[in-house]
Every structure is written in C-alpha cells, then in structure tokens.
Design a protein around this ligand. Structure first.
Ligand code: FAD
Length: 414
C-alpha cells in the first residue's frame, strides 16, 4: 500500500540536523526523501585531507553539557571513540600584541572569580580591580542588557569585555559580542545574576551546574565520522537520498528542485530561500614541521582580542588539542586559523598570524588548505513548516542535534 501523505516526509538539507530528523523518521517507519545541494551529506561536519590524513574541515567537537550528541553517538556505535581534548588552557592574544592564558574558571570568557591571579594576569591590575566592582553593584545593573558586551562592560568593565569576552564570542560563535544577544549566548545568565547578586556569582553557578570534566568532546578520527555514520544509517533505513540537488522553492507539502517536484511533509533543515545573509568563515589549515611547537607554547589554541593586529580571529593548535591527530601525524603540527574574510594570500597571512599568536618563528608550511564556510544567521520566522538546524536551534552540534531530535519526536507524535 502506498504511504499516506502524513507518512511521507521531504527533508530539505542534509547537514547534521537534516540527517538526524531523516533518521529518526525513517526509524519510525516513515517514508523519507532527503535532499541536499552538495555532493556530500553532513554539511559543516565534513572531512579535509591534509598530509594524507582525514581531519575535520568544519566542526571538530561537541559540547558535553547535554546528552544529545553522546546519545546519538551511542546509537551509531561510535561512543567508544569519544575523546576529550588534551588538558591545557586556551590563550588570548591581547590588543598589546601579547598572548596570555585565558582564565580557567569562566563562561564565555566572563570570570567566575575576578580576583583570581589568572584574571589579573590577563586583564592587568586595573582591569581586575574594575571587574571586582561587579560584586558591589546592585543585581539589576546590566540584568536587562541586550548584548553580551553591554552586560559585561557594565558590570565588569572594558578589560574583561574587550580582552576576554569579545575574543571568546568571536572565536566560538563567529559573532561580535556587541551584537550577540545574551538570550542566545547564555540565556540563564540574567536570571542567575538577579538571583545571586553579581555576574561573577552567576557565572560560578552556571559552572557548578555543568557536568564534571571537559566541556567538549571529540571523536577519534574526527567528527566527520558522525556524518558518515548517519549517512550510512539512513541509507540502510531506505531513505531516498538526493545529493547535488538544490531546492529552489518550498511549501509545507512540496519542495521544488529545478524542474523536479517532491511531495510530502516538508521539514526545512537548511536556510530558508529568503533568509538573512549567512556569515562567512574561512579556515586556513597549515601543516608545519616546527619542533618549537612540540611543547604547545599556547596550549590548545589562541583567541584574538579586537585590535590585536592579526587578521585571524582564532587559532587552534590541532595536534596539541587532539592526541589522535598528533599520533596520525608524528613530527608534524597542524594549525587551524579562522578568518571572517578569506585572506588574500592565505599561506603567508596565516603563517605570520600564527607566528604572532604562538610567539615562535615558523618554517614555510608543508601544506596549506583553505576552506570557506557560511554560517546560517538566526532566523526563527514561522514559515508554516517544521524547521531544524542552526538558524533555529542555535550554534553548535549539541544544540542542533537536541533540537532536531525533539522536532522529530513532535512530528511523529502529530
Ligand atoms: C567552520 C565551522 C566550525 C564549527 N565548529 C564547531 C565545533 O567545533 N563544535 C560545534 O558544536 N559546532 C561547530 N560548528 C557549528 C556546527 O557545525 C553547526 O551548528 C552544525 O553542523 C549545523 O548543522 P545544520 O544541519 O544546521 O547545517 P549545515 O551543516 O550548514 O547543513 C545544511 C545543509 O543544507 C544544505 N543546503 C543548503 N541550502 C540548500 C538548498 N537550497 N537545497 C538543498 N540543500 C541545501 C547544505 O548543502 C548543507 O549540507 C562549526 C561550524 C563551522 C562552519
């Protein structure tokens, strides 16, 4: 018997969000077509081959604050390969051109203890003194601030706002802290600030709630294995997968791709056709033979404060962060730098930025790979159809997977 319309779904977009929904619907016996504009499924969770080894080209980790990703990895038989990043703090490259360790106890770069020695080292004596005023300000000050920057600047001053918070928000979310809504980056902070009386106490409370251990996890062999496993699983479940097919028009019960029309309940797992412009992010990966990096002089990576004089906004020392990468490339170092706009001469710019951020001279890279991504802008408009993915769920795999799973459950319950 052919499936009734309620049983037939068309999932538009085969990033992690679309894959999770398609898999969940197919597991429940629904007929599913998954369409993706690209040739490969997985979206921003994708492979990049450097020096003969497959690494992550996009997302390389997941937040462990929710169970969503670990549960999915468990179902896919990948849980045994979950790894924590190497211990060692990230650093921040300050506006004065010096790199300092990012204080250990914080959220979004906001310190839980502004009096701590590592905060003084990062923002200086005056900056740390100003940050401590947070403790004596009335709780309502800044509690209604719209942006992360306004909240932090009001309570803890420019030192913490510019040197710690701006680089973290830019490095993690590809966003400017001055336009990053508190409600998106840390929705619980204002309530905790009111309840606990200071921003530092609110941050300490958030940290106390976080699960013990590392805040992020990765996969031996890369997060790219998640995309591959989901793609294999939906093929096994009989999902009709159409790659290389860009959807040009969507309605609640049909998706149009060029001259083809697919009917069924549409689930939008990509940006809407008239979405606000996506933000580009260019990643430049360098493979270098540099014994000076063996000791990981800047821990797992460096974030950049505004005005620091380098074009990159963040650097990950991949071989210092992930043991499996170091083991796969003995004697080599992999550095990954991210840029808001693709640098003109990527190899030269990335090498000199890396030298400034890491504080060492580097030889010419053995290999350079450049990849530009676009990250969906927040767009929660009601389009009359179920939506999943970064534009509606928020940034990061934990948010995207949890939201896709709960959307699929609601669709099945309908
Ligand atoms: C460089 C980079 C690094 C990141 N690092 C991390 C990290 O370390 N940890 C973390 O948790 N998160 C990270 N993220 C964020 C995370 O990768 C994303 O939040 C998540 O992968 C988004 O999944 P998605 O399915 O919503 O979107 P996407 O992965 O963007 O997938 C959307 C899919 O829709 C397809 N599509 C688009 N338009 C159409 C169309 N018209 N027709 C058909 N198909 C279409 C695209 O081809 C794509 O496959 C990173 C993102 C980037 C870009």
């Amino acid at each position: 018997m052919p499936p009734s319309d309620g049983d037939r779904f068309v999932v538009v977009g085969g990033g992690i969000a679309g894959l999770v929904v398609a898999r969940r619907l197919a597991l429940a016996g629904r007929t599913v077509t998954l369409i993706d504009a690209g040739e490969r499924l997985g979206g921003a969770v994708a492979p990049l081959t450097v020096a003969g080894v497959e690494l992550d080209a996009g997302a390389e980790s997941f937040a462990t604050r929710s169970d969503a990703v670990p549960t999915l990895l468990h179902e896919l038989g990948l849980h045994g390969d979950v790894v924590a990043p190497a211990a060692g703090s990230a650093w921040v490259h300050r506006a004065d051109g010096r790199s300092v360790p990012l204080p250990a106890a914080g959220v979004l770069g906001i310190p839980a203890d502004p009096g701590a020695a590592d905060v003084r080292r990062a923002v200086g004596r005056v900056g740390a003194w100003r940050a401590r005023i947070d403790r004596v300000l009335p709780a309502r000050v800044g509690a209604d601030a719209a942006s992360v920057d306004a909240l932090v600047r009001t309570r803890m001053g420019a030192g913490v706002a510019d040197t710690l918070v701006a680089p973290v928000v830019r490095g993690v979310y590809s966003r400017d802290s001055r336009t990053m809504p508190v409600a998106v980056a840390a929705p619980r902070l204002p309530g905790l600030l009111r309840a606990r009386g200071s921003l530092a106490a609110a941050v300490a409370a958030l940290r106390a709630d976080a699960p013990a251990g590392s805040l992020v996890g990765g996969l031996r062999g890369g997060m790219l294995r998640l995309s591959a496993a989901l793609a294999d699983d939906i093929a096994r479940l009989g999902v009709d997968v159409r790659t290389g097919t860009a959807v040009t028009g969507i309605e609640p019960a049909r998706a149009i791709a060029g001259d083809r029309e697919l009917t069924g309940r549409v689930v939008l797992a990509a940006s809407a056709p008239d979405a606000p412009p996506a933000r580009p992010v260019t990643l430049v990966t360098l493979v270098v033979d540099a014994p000076a990096l063996d000791a990981a002089p800047r821990g797992t990576g460096v974030l950049v404060a505004p005005g620091a004089g380098v074009a990159a906004r963040a650097l990950t020392h991949v071989t210092a962060k992930w043991t499996w990468v170091a083991e796969a490339l003995p004697g080599r170092h992999v550095l990954r730098l991210s840029y808001d706009a693709a640098p003109k001469d990527a190899a030269t710019t990335a090498r000199s930025d890396a030298e400034a951020m890491l504080g060492v001279a580097l030889p010419a890279p053995r290999e350079v790979a450049v990849r530009t991504w676009s990250r969906a802008a927040h767009d929660a408009r009601d389009l009359g159809m179920p939506r999943v993915g970064e534009a509606v769920a928020g940034t990061g795999l934990a948010a995207v997977v949890a939201h896709a799973e709960s959307t699929a459950s609601s669709l099945l319950a309908d």
